[in-house]
Design a binder for this molecule. Structure first.
Ligand code: FE
Ligand code: CA
Length: 523
């Protein structure tokens, strides 16, 4: 670009700044010279009139700034009623900013309820993005007869291939995928080759453990370069949340797992959550602000489903007895950390549960709610994990009280984090595991974390010590919810293996719940 052109562009930028009150970075008008859509497209958080569409310009995803110039780049977007884009119903231009890693979030509005749309992006003089498909939510007053939600997360890049994402992308008639978090893992590249008593990476992270925002951006770029994950995003809308590994293993509000000064950890957390925002198809309400990012929110699917997306990391008290319950056994009476959600989110959840009128309530969250006795096979004493709701018994008691107070029998809990499928019920009383139940909990296994796993081998004692469990298996995969006004069916999908490309999916089990009682029926 000539000096004159650049000056003119900057002048144009300055007049725009006067107009909007912002002072933008320089505008880039030259061709990018390579396909900038290497990380695909995504959509998310559907409302009855629209959804978010997302992309990030990244012609060379692993290079500095993903190969982008340090300038604003205009991006055209289109939303059509058909895959061929013969009927474009909304279009516009968004700016990809260097401050936001050239990510683009467009909140598309003015669309019709409960119908499919197709979307794409383009950059002048460059390529057109892949096409994504998504669907608006039904009108608030509508009782639709069916919706289908996939639940997945925990996608450690080094521990397995992402074929499960491909299978989920190919599931017919998906309305939404709930991502429960661990979208990335923060650790550095693990050495290749067999390691005694541990795991062997099937592919490697680029770089060391991530701390700076550019580190986190590059890690997202590496994960998002995976074609199976890209296919899942292109196939349907996501409702994205985060768990611990988007920042650091087992972090809890101001505390990381290493005892770092909270003032220092806050800087890392802010960088990590900004990068999370940049890479997820979430709304402006989730834009990072000084002091944090508000991730908890509700999605409404007419009169069928009210979905409460929870943040179980940002506001919680530190885990009792530290994080590692195997190395540091914690007596049950110490499991009394006061809060998981924090006061404001707790009240927000109570309000939403109290005022909603949908047939179902889904608590879409991260860590296991029901008590889990992890004692080893020959142990006589119960053992509970401190990073789960088990470490926070007063908080769990209040959650159960909230459900009981509103006399809800239609609460389903979706959970991740634990890398195993676990299906069971949450007892009203922590001490009576086979007593009255308050909600059904479906914990979905990981996409790849923990590799091939061991199936049910050696887990029989877990079933015996936890009478409120209906299924527990160490297999990779995801879950599918088929929701109607009268029933909630959950399919437990498992991969045969994930340590080689081409793993196959199958249905291990299928459960049905009705909205009048938190009871599991095996299909
Ligand atoms: Fe995980
Ligand atoms: Ca986790």
């Amino acid at each position: 670009m000539s000096a004159l052109n650049r000056r003119e562009l900057i002048k144009a930028g300055a007049s725009l700044a006067l107009f909007t009150g912002f002072s933008p970075s320089p505008l880039w008008a030259a061709p990018l010279g390579a396909n900038p859509f290497m990380l695909g497209v995504a959509s998310g958080d559907p409302w009855p009139d629209g959804f978010v569409i997302w992309t990030r310009l990244a012609p060379r995803p692993l290079e500095e700034h993903a190969g982008m110039p340090a300038a604003r780049v205009p991006v055209r977007w289109e939303v059509a009623e058909d895959m061929a884009f013969s009927k474009v119903v909304r279009q516009g231009e968004a700016m990809a900013l260097p401050e936001l890693a050239h990510s683009v979030h467009v909140e598309v509005a003015g669309l019709r309820p409960h119908r499919h749309y197709w979307y794409r992006f383009s950059v002048a003089g460059s390529d057109i993005s892949p096409i994504g498909m998504t669907r608006t939510a039904p009108l608030a007053t509508d009782l639709i007869d069916h919706m289908r939600i996939g639940v997945a997360g925990c996608q450690h890049y080094e521990m397995g291939f992402f074929d499960a994402w491909r299978h989920l992308a190919e599931e017919p008639d998906l309305d939404l995928i709930f991502h429960y978090g661990d979208y990335i893992y923060e650790g550095g590249a693990t050495k290749m080759g067999p390691r005694p008593n541990s795991w062997t990476p099937v592919r490697q992270h680029v770089g060391d453990e991530i701390y700076s925002i550019d580190d986190y951006r590059r890690r997202y770029a590496q994960y998002k370069s995976d074609p199976h994950l890209m296919a899942a995003h292109a196939a349907c809308a996501f409702a994205a949340t985060f768990d611990d590994h988007e920042v650091d293993n087992n972090w809890a509000s101001d505390f990381d797992q290493d005892g770092t000064d909270p003032k220092i950890f806050a800087l890392r957390r802010f960088a990590a959550l900004q990068a999370w925002y940049e890479h997820m198809p979430v709304r402006k309400a989730q834009f990072p602000k000084q002091g944090g990012l508000v991730a908890h929110r509700r999605l409404h699917f007419g009169q069928l489903l009210q979905m409460h997306l929870l943040d179980t990391r940002s506001y919680r008290a530190d885990q009792p007895c530290g994080d590692d319950f195997y190395k540091n056994p914690c007596p049950p009476e110490a499991h009394m950390a006061p809060t998981v959600l924090g006061e404001a989110q707790e009240k927000w959840l109570d309000d939403g549960l109290g005022t909603g009128s949908a047939a179902w309530n889904l608590l879409a969250q991260q860590i296991i709610v029901m008590p889990v006795d992890f004692r080893k096979e020959d142990a006589t004493e119960a053992q509970f994990a401190t990073d789960l709701w088990d470490g926070y018994r007063p908080a769990r008691k209040r959650l159960i009280e909230t459900i009981r107070k509103h006399q809800l029998r239609n609460v389903i809990i979706a959970t991740g984090d634990h890398h195993r499928h676990l299906v069971g019920t949450v007892p009203e009383n922590d001490e009576i595991l086979d007593g009255p139940m308050v909600a059904v909990e479906f914990q979905a296994a990981s996409i790849s974390s923990n590799g091939n796993g061991k199936g049910e081998a050696g887990l029989g004692h877990m079933m015996k010590n936890n009478p409120h469990f209906d299924l527990y298996t160490d297999r990779r995969g995801y879950q599918l919810f088929d929701i109607t006004p009268k029933s909630w069916q959950a399919d437990v999908k498992i991969m045969d293996q994930v340590e080689m490309p081409g793993g196959k999916i199958s249905t291990m089990a299928s459960f049905v719940v009705t909205p009048d009682a938190p009871v599991l029926h095996r299909n």
